[in-house]
Design a protein around this ligand. Sequence first.
Ligand SMILES: [Zn+2]
Ligand SMILES: [Zn+2]
Length: 229
Amino acid sequence: METENLIKEIETYLPFAVPEADRASAAELVEKYGNDELVLRLLRDYYTALPDACEEAVTRVSEFSFKQDVHFIVLTTTGHSWLYAVTVDSVALIGEYGVDIPGEVPAEVMYFLGWGTQKEFHENCPSVEKLKEYPWKGMPHTHCPVCGVPVGEDHLLGCVVEVCPWCGGQLKSCNCRFEKLDVEEIETAEQVAAFADLLAEKGRIPFLPEQAPAYPGTSRGLDEGDKKS
Ligand SMILES: [Zn+2]
Ligand SMILES: [Zn+2]
């Protein structure tokens, strides 16, 4: 797997790139983004090239902007913040983030992002703390990872994440739908609709981040042709 190779490669460089005291936290961040090929390629580029020869561990990955398939990502290290442009097949260092050095940001990058002058560009750089952290595996969910509804809303019917209000199990796979309808099989759209009504009457359990599975599977909808197991 590509991500495994990237992790191995980064781990090989870490001892040369980062002071010993910071190595564990640097490795932790690599682990945090362990299934994100894009971020791992960026980290590999950073640790192999070390901008300005600063031997510093990356402490934060932030999202600056995303435009036309280019991710503008800020890598914050123990002493600096670097702005990168990352695509599916390239990584390019733009410069030190938020530091107003005339001529530092290439004109074509400024144009691409829609800013006319260096001044305008730097005025549009919020402090790193204000940037959103780049999403990682296991980050708290703002939306159901399977059906996409926001926190606090009812799932789309058939979503595997929805908790059954009768038994507390997984609504998609418990037997409550058959028991409530008193059938062995759900064969018609009318049965699905009747179950939806019963569910609404009982009161559905809305999406909460802690319900989200770490590795969401694909969902087959609650629909006709559903058999009691
Ligand atoms: Zn859902
Ligand atoms: Zn149930």
